[in-house]
Design a protein around this ligand. Structure first.
Ligand SMILES: Nc1ncnc2c1ncn2[C@@H]1O[C@H](COP(=O)(O)OP(=O)(O)O)[C@@H](O)[C@H]1O
Ligand SMILES: [Mg+2]
Length: 367
């Protein structure tokens, strides 16, 4: 970089370093000469490792590289919208790209390339919507739960007193039903109150969670409901409340099982995502847990509101499964997203991973 003015020698450097946009500078042969920090984040690699890489290895996109060559040869800038780049086998990003040839009398033509990650922008806006909705939901559910909790205690106490007064054993059956149902409701209410029970965090392997859920749900459903697993065994442990995560995943897998019953397929898939933004926070490493089923899907008019309490499509449903799952995952800094069409419904849990080993933090090598 050439210093822009004697008074603020580092101004353009600072601007470049703090831009959200990726800025790349290539030489005439399309070797990378400079990358800003946003670019290092996008490519998940440090500048030291990537400078000198040729454009065709960097972008993995023949047409784009041909266009870049033409721009260098002709000196004409161009913009390419909604370009999909496969930056790594598991990582596709959609960007708006602008290439600007810079003629330099000494070093020939250099090419300035700007990349703006657009799916990230769209996703962040949507995530913020989900998180805001989830916070409103939590306030409503907590209010409701408190209203139920108090009379419930009185109800249970009265049934206990009554039980003591009853001589006939067969009548006590009834008071026991009242007591056990009151206990069940109490448990439900406690779960709805969620955050009151502070999460008990411990190193948790995400597959302990998914396997437990798989076993429980498989025992509940007919054998014609198949639960498949597709796990990435390299996912590091995360600090989490295991029971809460089991509850969250359970709610999703039970819904899937109910949707496909009496026969169908459910897949539990786990992967990691690098440099991923949840809400407003960018995480180095995120676990993605997908629950996919081949059932009839969620009706489009319901899809917007599935995470709201009391929204249910089932006669005996409470409409609490998804908001509770969402709230439990939010407490872990994560988010649940949903996509649905007939034949394929996917609920995706995104959970930030605090890598336990330094090894896990190292960005994957860009090919
Ligand atoms: N995998 C799925 N396939 C189809 N519909 C689903 C799926 N998951 C959830 N739903 C719909 O969303 C509704 C809300 O789910 P949930 O919050 O768990 O409450 P409940 O299961 O008590 O109805 C369900 O009643 C169902 O209509
Ligand atoms: Mg449910």
């Amino acid at each position: 970089m050439t210093p822009p003015s004697p008074s603020r020698p580092d101004l353009s450097q600072r601007i470049l370093e703090n831009l959200h946009t990726t800025v790349l500078l290539f030489d005439q042969q399309l070797s990378l000469r400079h990358i800003n920090p946003a670019g290092e984040m996008l490519f998940a690699v440090s500048a030291g490792r990537i400078v000198g890489t040729r454009a065709h290895l960097l972008f993995n996109h023949d047409e784009l590289v041909a266009a870049l060559r033409t721009a260098v040869a002709t000196g004409h800038p161009f913009t390419e919208r909604e370009l999909v780049l496969a930056l790594a086998p598991q990582r596709k990003v959609t960007v708006d790209l602008t290439a600007i040839p810079l003629r330099d009398p000494q070093s020939g033509t250099e090419l300035l390339v700007e990349l703006n990650e657009i799916d990230r922008q769209l996703r962040i806006t949507r995530d913020e919507g989900i998180l805001a909705q989830s916070a409103a939901t939590r306030a409503l559910v907590r209010g409701l739960a408190h209203e139920i909790k108090n009379p419930l205690g009185g109800l249970r106490g009265a049934a206990q007193l009554l039980e003591r007064e009853l001589a006939a054993e067969e009548l006590k059956e009834y008071t026991r039903v009242i007591i056990s149902e009151a206990d069940r409701l109490q448990n439900l209410v406690n779960r709805m109150l969620g955050p009151n029970a502070l999460p008990h965090k411990q190193a948790t392997n995400i597959h302990q969670v998914t396997e437990r859920v798989r076993q429980v749900v498989q025992a509940e459903v007919p054998e014609t409901v198949h639960i498949h697993t597709d796990y990435d065994p390299s996912i590091p442990d995360l600090e989490a409340d295991r029971d809460q995560l089991i509850q969250a995943v359970m709610n999703l897998v039970r819904n899937a099982a109910q949707a496909v019953s009496p026969r169908g397929h459910i897949t539990l898939r786990t992967r990691t995502l690098r440099q991923y933004t949840i809400g407003q926070t960018r995480h180095k490493l995120v676990a993605r847990i997908e629950v996919i089923d081949n059932g009839p899907g969620i009706p489009p008019e319901m899809l917007e509101n599935v995470f709201l309490p009391m929204v249910t499509g089932r006669a005996d449903g409470t409409g609490l499964g998804l908001p509770i799952a969402q709230s439990l995952v939010n407490q872990h800094g994560g988010l649940i997203e949903c996509e649905s069409q007939p034949g394929r419904t996917a609920f995706t849990i995104l959970l930030p991973l605090t890598p336990v080993a330094a090894e896990a933090e190292r960005p994957r090598h860009t090919r």
